[in-house]
Design a protein around this ligand. Structure first.
Ligand code: ZN
Length: 280
């Protein structure tokens, strides 16, 4: 199959918010995350979007926890790593970037604007932070995955592209269904896709019950997909997911039914034009 018929399935196994009470299969420790991510690789995931937790289970940007987890994954499988820069709303700008300089992952999240987050706090991404973050990623050969929660964030990205801070072709992750951002509807996804440069790559996810409609729509529109317990802990009505791999297996199955195939990590590297792929 040609590269344009390959779909990158990203798994986001942990996130900053869900707990074992929400789903006992949620991986939290470096060991649990590494085992989970490599099982998802076997099931068809080519990218892992990672958040870390501290010993009490809270979201953490501690670079030592990132390093430990990345080391364990690297021993076991070749999945592309996408590290969050937004794993703790209280972290300083510097703490949000420190792990990138040391680990130099192939991808990292770039949340392209601020928003009220889940009716509970402010998800702050100031212009100063976004400029510094783009510079840090450029200096370390890390491709930004531009996370988009509403339409204005796309225009922010286009601004930083014009300034030369974000380099073409851009790669977007449309995150719909987070309270405070756009809701998880197919119409909103079509709208967001209409705003981005035509040479961009993009992926999408719906949080909560919007996850299936958004996955179907992303496959139909030529996008890539993200699944996992960061976004959704329920597999089907009334039934918790038994593992992140179960979500990946379904995404791979739907991808095949759509006449496409799940990309391998190396194919994902080619599709995204990843600069750090040879160094790892
Ligand atoms: Zn995340």
């Amino acid at each position: 199959m040609k590269l344009n018929e390959k779909v990158i399935i990203t798994v986001a196994p942990t996130g900053a918010w869900p707990s074992k009470e929400d789903n006992p299969a949620l991986p939290l420790t470096p060991e649990e995350i590494a085992a989970d991510v490599c099982a998802c690789r076997q099931a068809g995931a080519s990218v892992a979007h990672l958040h870390m937790r501290d010993a009490s289970g809270q979201g953490s940007m501690d670079k030592e926890i990132f390093k430990k987890t990345v080391g364990l994954i690297r021993e076991r499988c070749d999945i592309v790593l996408n590290l969050t820069t937004s794993g703790d709303l209280k972290a300083t700008d510097e703490t949000r970037m420190a792990h990138l300089r040391e680990i130099k992952p192939e991808l990292a999240s770039y949340d392209c604007g601020s928003m009220n987050w889940m009716h509970s706090g402010v998800f702050l991404n100031t212009p100063t932070f976004l400029e510094k973050l783009a510079q840090t990623m450029n200096e370390n050969g890390i491709k930004p995955e531009i996370e988009i929660f509403d339409g204005g964030m796309v225009y922010n990205a286009l601004h930083y592209q014009k300034m030369g801070l974000l380099k073409s072709p851009l790669h977007f992750q449309f995150v719909v269904g987070a309270a405070g951002g756009l809701s998880a509807t197919v119409e909103n996804l079509v709208f967001l896709k209409s705003l981005i440069p035509t040479d961009s790559t993009w992926s999408a996810l719906g949080i909560g019950k919007g996850h299936l409609p958004i996955m179907y729509a992303a496959l139909a529109l030529g996008g890539h997909v993200r699944v996992g317990m960061e976004d959704n802990v329920v597999y089907s009505k009334g039934r918790l997911a038994s593992s992140n791999a179960e979500f990946v297996e379904r995404a791979a199955r739907l991808t095949r039914e759509a006449g496409k195939e799940a990309a391998t990590p190396d194919e994902a590297r080619l599709i995204l034009g990843l600069g750090n792929s040879k160094k790892q």
